[in-house]
Structure formats: structure tokens, C-alpha cells
Design a protein around this ligand. Structure first.
Ligand SMILES: [Fe+2]
Ligand SMILES: [Fe+2]
Length: 251
């Protein structure tokens, strides 16, 4: 598994590891700033490789903030390994994430963020937006950087394959293709739930007017992020809505 590092926004680096077995890229985002931030710790098994990549950008011991969207191994599996190498690092996640998982899971207490709480790293300012059950998980949330308008969006806009680091083309079509493929999979189906709040939450993220969608799996999208997020609600409705489910059961 090789690592690729790309600067997707000023001092915001996408550390990507492609796993052919899953036909999937795992992306970790490192913000090089006065108080460096890592979004997605990566899995425990990937820790040596991600740490080596981070070390080409900053001293890993200088890491100050570690964050992710929801409790899963690709999001935060290596949290304790990072806390061990970075003595000043603190985990930041949703308040519910802290309460139900991280207060017990982490070797040091996390900081639970409420809606619109802001973390300043120096030149960057990250706003926390809770997104329960989007892409999935009660504890889900995202971080939005207000100056460069980067949305660290986790599994939203998930794309399969070893794709290019940055694209301005149709990431929504790729996300739709990924969901369609997973819906056909006996284990991976029902990856993203469609709930009464899904459209509202996607529209809330669109209202932030992001210009960069930093996806965990697949290319970072640069362009009209608001339009992509608003259209995503239609895509999910079409792909996962009652009509689609009824049609599946009837087939
Ligand atoms: Fe996930
Ligand atoms: Fe993921």
C-alpha cells in the first residue's frame, strides 16, 4: 500500500492510502498550522504509514488536535497511538461521541464539541457541525474551515477506486455509484441511512457554501460544494427512498 500526499487547500494535506483489496482510498487530512490538526486518525494497522507521512509535514509530537466524524476504525481507530506520540494532542469530537465512546475509549479525555463550537488552529478556524446519522452513526459530525471553505466531510461523497487526489467533475455521480454498489453487497448494504433529517442536514452543510469537499474515500472535490450537497439529498432519496426499497423487495 503506497501513500500519496497532496495539498488540497493552503496547508491542508490529503494523506491517501489505497487498499486494493477494498478498492478504496483511505484519506487522512493534516492541517499544518500553529496548532496542527489531524482529521481521521486512520486504522491502528495503518498508523505507522500515516505517522511516516505526517512526519514529512510536521513533527508528529507537535500535533495539537485530533478529530474525526464518527466512531469507526478508519475514523479514529489509531487515536490512542496518536495520543501516545503527541503529548499535547487532544481528541475533539461531538458531545455525544465523547459521552458514548471516547470518554472510555481514549487514553486521555476528549473535548466534546457542541454545534457551532470553533477550534482555532492559528491561520485556520474550524466550525463543528453535528450531523447525527449522516453519513451514519449517532455521534457523527463534520468540521468546516471558514477561510478556505474546506468541509472535512468524512464518508459523504464516498468514491470507489484509486481515483485522482482532486477533481472538479461529478463526485455526486461517483457517490451514487458507490452507494448503488454497496446496496448490492450482502454485508455492506445500508451504509448510509435515509432519515427524515437527512435532507435538512445536507442543506445545513450546503448553507456553509463549501468550496472544497475533503472526502475520506475518493477524490477531494473543488467547486460548488453547496450545489453538490443539495443534489446529494435528491440522489439519496432516489437511491434509498421508499420507492427504491419497495422496488427492490418486489424484484
Ligand atoms: Fe463511516
Ligand atoms: Fe470511512
Amino acid at each position: 500500500m503506497s501513500t500519496r500526499i497532496d495539498e488540497i487547500a493552503p496547508d491542508t494535506f490529503r494523506i491517501s492510502i489505497y487498499v486494493p483489496q477494498f478498492s478504496l482510498q483511505f484519506n487522512h487530512f493534516l492541517v499544518r498550522d500553529d496548532e496542527p490538526l489531524l482529521f481521521h486518525t486512520g486504522m491502528r494497522g495503518m498508523f505507522p504509514q500515516v505517522r511516516e507521512a505526517v512526519a514529512t509535514l510536521i513533527d508528529p509530537a507537535a500535533l495539537r488536535w485530533i478529530s474525526w466524524s464518527h466512531f469507526e476504525v478508519d475514523e479514529c481507530g489509531a487515536l490512542n497511538q496518536w495520543l501516545a506520540v503527541a503529548p499535547r494532542a487532544q481528541a475533539i469530537c461531538s458531545q455525544v461521541g465523547a459521552a458514548v465512546n471516547i470518554n472510555d475509549f481514549a487514553d486521555r479525555p476528549p473535548l466534546g464539541l457542541a454545534k457551532d463550537d470553533v477550534i482555532e488552529t492559528g491561520r485556520h478556524k474550524y466550525r463543528f457541525v453535528p450531523t447525527p446519522h449522516l453519513p451514519h452513526g449517532w455521534d457523527a459530525g463534520v468540521l468546516f474551515e471558514e477561510k478556505s471553505r474546506v468541509l472535512l466531510c468524512s464518508d459523504l461523497f464516498h468514491q470507489i477506486g484509486d481515483v485522482e487526489p482532486v477533481t472538479s467533475t461529478d463526485v455526486l455521480g461517483r457517490w451514487d455509484a458507490a452507494i448503488a454498489a454497496y446496496q448490492q453487497h450482502p454485508v455492506l448494504m445500508d451504509y448510509v441511512p435515509l432519515t427524515p433529517a437527512t435532507r435538512r442536514r445536507l442543506n445545513e452543510l450546503a448553507d456553509l457554501q463549501p468550496k472544497v469537499l475533503a472526502a475520506m474515500h475518493g477524490s477531494t472535490f473543488v467547486g460548488d460544494g453547496a450545489a453538490a450537497l443539495r443534489s446529494a439529498a435528491d440522489m439519496l432519496q432516489l437511491r434509498l427512498g421508499a420507492t427504491a426499497v419497495d422496488a427492490q423487495h418486489a424484484a
